[in-house]
Design a protein around this ligand. Structure first.
Ligand code: C2E
Ligand code: MG
Ligand code: MG
Length: 742
């Protein structure tokens, strides 16, 4: 019945998915970038480190060879070495020196001395070394030393060479070559005076040092190369770095391997914890942001829901409002059109709600609306739509069989629920309810359904309220008829098509006519006589009552000029009374016609006093000041409020004929009449009884003490001439019991 809570925040999911994805992507991209950067710089650091290690290694090997060279050269610097080796070889001296050299710190594997023609002077041979192979192996170093050989060859790699002897040094060379099948460092020095020519043809000392574990261990410890070794064959492990020393033509002479330092891994290892912390930090932040967003989305969704509820519901009673009702009506019509169950609209209007508001105040009125909403909701099914359309109008949409009895049954339940007295503001309040019912047909449009329900409601109110009417096609005709009557009435007022009849008001004895009441009459050219009970409400509804009232007043006063002793009573509609210029119009008309204000009595009903009472009170006081008298008409049918009687300056009370009629049958009616008469008298008012038809009624009322009477017993409303005639004949004074002539 209340707004469907089913429309639960689709926004939450939407917000979540629309934010999670981009945030996730941003975080992921950021992390991939950080990781790529870290790994990239680690790799770069590894590359730089390997490059450095490689250079170190090359330099280390060269330095090692240079050290050998320096050792060898130290022989030559010895006393007369050149003479003892070159000029006149002293083999004994050579053997002693060279062997001494071999035994030194460097532990050369071989030391050879050759003459200027590259013939081996010392030693004559090494056990296990084939002299031809030996020659071949020595050839590389000698070729480089003499400057005759190629600077590089497939079988050796020149580490350093100074072919041209200078003042600072001798011709010398260091090589890395395969010597006797093993990689070796070879250092060769020319034993000569420091001249070019001598260097080329001079004897030479050649020292050979195999690159064995000892050499490698020495290099490794100097260069801080881990696991440095010679690769003789096969593959090195994946993590090790392999460095090849190649001779000319790119042929590999030897391959070295070591485990590089890889600082990149250390960089990564040192950065990794921070990246991990940052990653989890981001995750945490993302989770926090998501949670926050979800909370915000939920708040937005619930605010949205609340706003929608406010927009769709009546703030006073919480029921759906007209907007929501219209939506549901459209939906229901579609369902009916698609073959769904038949349904109907019940249009409910509270009777006298405005009076409660005016008399008891708006807070009580608001409370009453809340109570009505509650009762209405209770009496309807959960599946029905119960709405407040505004003011004192409610409506219900209900799926229901279209039979009249069923529809009436529901409406009766509504009426009886709403008419049960309400206990509000320490009072028991009774209101009524009228219901207009319109079935939702398969060809209906929402506007038509509401128009039909409205017409049915109008009919229910017109038929006396507190009842329900079901719309039928004849009501459309009625509406058309009413519209036509309205136009005709406007015309009749303009063309003097109305007339006024006067009903005598007589003394309690019925013998003396004390006044007349002017009553409007309309003879319609087509429909014949239309009673005021029908055309006065139409005139009030469309505002014609102002012109009509002015017309009747003018007519009655004009006619009344002929009856100097009589009071002329004119009925005044609440609409006339509420106009600011009302008293002024009366005063002007009186003056224009020259009518004695003291003979004019204005009859108002209690509804005149509801609402803008201050205006009404001011108008009444002004009229009283003129001398006009005021009568409260139909007393007993409205609120019969003592408050009104005390506050407003009425001169007369007119007891409604419904009481008079009931005098004989209902004892309480008689009691009421008695009470009203005493009340009026007590407040210094005159009391008139209306609708007196029988002698018994007259007797009773006379005994009760009314001041005057009115009714068919004393004369029906009649034309002015007839009144004039009656006065002239003084007929009313003739007999004690007057029997109506007309
Ligand atoms: P009302 O002012 O209470 O007028 C008295 C009504 O009671 C008149 O009905 C009158 O014909 C009727 N009546 C009088 N004696 C008897 C009786 O013995 N038995 C019965 N059954 N009825 C009796 P009417 O003329 O049909 O007027 C009805 C109402 O229309 C009036 O009630 C008055 O409220 C309103 N009305 C009539 N003329 C005017 C008018 O010029 N201006 C305004 N504002 N209202 C008018
Ligand atoms: Mg009247
Ligand atoms: Mg009356």
């Amino acid at each position: 019945m209340y707004l469907d809570g089913s429309r639960d925040a689709p926004g939450t999911e939407r917000v979540r998915s629309s934010l999670v994805l981009p945030i996730g992507i941003i975080v992921a991209v950021a992390f991939v970038c950080v990781i790529v950067a870290a790994v990239g710089s680690a790799r770069r650091a590894d590359e730089v480190a390997i490059k450095q290690e490689r250079q170190l290694f090359v330099t280390g090997v060269r330095n090692h060879a240079d050290r050998i060279l320096r050792e060898v050269k130290s022989i030559i610097t010895l006393d007369h070495a050149v003479e003892r080796i070159a000029a006149n070889p002293d083999l004994q001296w050579i053997a002693a020196r060279v062997d001494g050299l071999r035994a030194t710190f460097f532990h050369y594997d071989f030391v050879f001395v050759v003459d200027g023609d590259d013939r081996l002077l010392f030693p004559s041979g090494y056990p296990g070394l084939d002299p031809i192979a030996l020659r071949f192996n020595l050839a590389s170093a000698l070729e480089v030393l003499r400057g005759a050989g190629r600077r590089s060859s497939a079988s050796f790699h020149v580490l350093s060479a100074a072919v041209h002897a200078t003042a600072k040094g001798r011709a010398q060379a260091t090589l890395l070559q395969i010597f006797a099948g093993r990689p070796a460092l070879v250092a060769a020095v020319a034993i000569a005076q420091d001249t070019d020519a001598a260097a080329r043809e001079a004897p030479a000392i050649i020292a050979v040092r195999f690159i064995d574990d000892e050499v490698l261990a020495d290099l490794a410890s100097r260069l801080q190369l881990h696991n440095l070794r010679l690769l003789t064959g096969g593959q090195a492990p994946e993590n090790d770095y392999v460095y090849e020393i190649a001779g000319g033509e790119g042929r590999t002479i030897s391959r070295f391997a070591w485990t590089p330092q890889k600082p990149g891994a250390r960089i990564v290892a040192s950065v990794f914890p921070f990246i991990t912390i940052a990653f989890f930090g981001f995750l945490l932040l993302a989770a926090f942001v998501l949670r926050h967003m979800r909370g915000t989305a939920r708040t937005i969704a619930s605010t949205e829901k609340r706003l929608r509820h406010l927009a769709m519901h009546d703030p006073l009673c919480g029921l759906p409002n007209r907007i929501y009702f219209s939506e549901r009506l459209e939906r229901m019509i579609r369902e009916v059109q698609n073959g769904g169950a038949t349904a109907a609209v019940f249009y409910i209007d509270l009777d006298h709600f405005k009076d409660v508001n005016d008399i008891l105040g708006h807070p009580v009125g608001d409370e009453l609306i809340g109570a009505v909403a509650m009762r209405l909701s209770r009496v309807m099914r959960e599946s029905d739509v119960v709405a407040r359309l505004g003011g004192d109008e409610f409506a219900v949409i209900r799926t229901i069989a279209s039979g009249a009895a069923t529809l009436q049954g529901v409406a009766d339940r509504i009426i009886s629920a709403l008419c049960t007295p309400y206990a509000l503001a320490d009072q028991s309040i009774i209101i009524g309810a009228s219901v207009g019912i319109a079935a939702i047909g398969p060809h209906a449009a929402a506007a038509d359904v509401m128009r039909h329900a409205d017409m049915a409601l109008y009919r229910a109110k017109n038929e006396g309220r507190n009842r329900a009417c079901i719309y039928d096609a004849a009501m459309d005709a009625d509406l058309v008829q009413r519209k036509l009557l309205q136009d005709d009435l406007r015309q009749a007022i303009a063309d003097d098509g109305l007339r006024v009849e006067y009903q005598p008001v007589v003394s309690p004895s019925g013998t003396k006519m004390t006044g007349v009441e002017a009553l409007a009459r309309w003879l319609h050219p087509v429909h014949g006589e239309i009673p005021p009970a029908e055309f006065i409400p139409i005139a009030e509804h469309c505002g014609l009552i102002i012109d009509l009232g002015a017309w009747v007043l003018r007519r009655a006063l004009t006619d009344g000029m002929a009856w100097p002793g009589l009071t002329v009573a004119v009925n005044v509609s609440p609409m006339q009374f509420r106009r600011a210029d009302f008293a002024e119009v009366i005063e002007r008309t009186l003056a224009e016609i020259g009518f004695d204000p003291a003979r004019l009595e204005l009859e108002v009903t209690e509804s005149t006093l509801i609402g803008s009472v201050d205006n009404a009170e001011a108008a009444m006081l002004r009229l009283k000041a003129l001398g006009v008298t005021l009568a409260l008409d139909d007393f007993g049918t409205g609120y019969s409020s003592l408050q009104y009687l005390r506050r407003f300056p009425f001169d007369r009370l007119k007891i409604d004929h419904s009481f008079v009629r009931s005098i004989e049958n209902a004892t309480e009616a008689a009691a009421i009449v008695h009470a009203v008469v005493s009340l009026g008298r007590g407040l210094g008012m005159k009391v008139t009884a209306e609708g007196v038809e029988t002698a018994e009624q007259q007797l009773f009322l006379r005994a009760a003490g009314v001041h005057s009477m009115q009714g068919y017993r004393f004369g029906r409303p009649t034309l002015a001439d007839a009144i004039t005639e009656r006065i002239a004949s003084r007929h009313d004074l003739a007999s004690e019991v007057y029997i109506a002539a007309g």
